[in-house]
Design a protein around this ligand. Sequence first.
Ligand SMILES: Cc1ncc(C[n+]2csc(CCOP(=O)(O)OP(=O)(O)O)c2C)c(N)n1
Length: 192
Amino acid sequence: MLRADALKAIYDRLDDAAVVTIMGAVAAELQALGHRPNFFYLQHGMGLASSIGLGIALSRPDLPVVVFDGDGSVLMNLGGLTTLARYRPPNLIHVIFDNESLLSVGGFPTATSTGTDLAAVARGAGVPRTETPATIDEFVQAFTDARAARELTTIVVKVEPIGPAKFVTDLGLLENRFAFARYLKQMQGESV
Ligand SMILES: Cc1ncc(C[n+]2csc(CCOP(=O)(O)OP(=O)(O)O)c2C)c(N)n1
């Protein structure tokens, strides 16, 4: 499965959610489908996308939150899973695209290439729902089910270690940061 295809398959279901991605390939792939004000691409803070998502989900229980993570990033902050599970926000879906590598910095293999099972790790951490879809259709179904379940869900999807040719974007980090904050405030009806 290509992550770009998986993203494309659920892109239309991201309208009403705050979406947080890690940096690099996944951010570029989502942006290539069309940037929206409700998308935030976390630059540099590897391993912390789920922590940002957790903060948004806890402070905005009315708002669905979707995090697009990577295996390397999750492995760098395994404690993030235990904290997610501890607070268990029902409005958060944590998608981990597992390409068994640090694709965005050259493709070095990660521990999932030698047997670490991130869905099992999430379960062990206490995440109440985990899914491991193997096809695009199963992924769409798992995502749809997770939206309906209203229970913290981690979806681990094995994908090919293939990304876009380049990660260059014309959306500046600070511009995205302020626009996303404005989106969150507008969604709450606050003045900006
Ligand atoms: C703390 C920290 N260390 C290293 C980096 C450099 N870095 C950026 S993306 C990346 C790889 C991310 O791997 P993964 O989460 O598996 O996503 P993929 O690139 O495979 O989509 C690395 C090492 C960083 N941004 N932050």
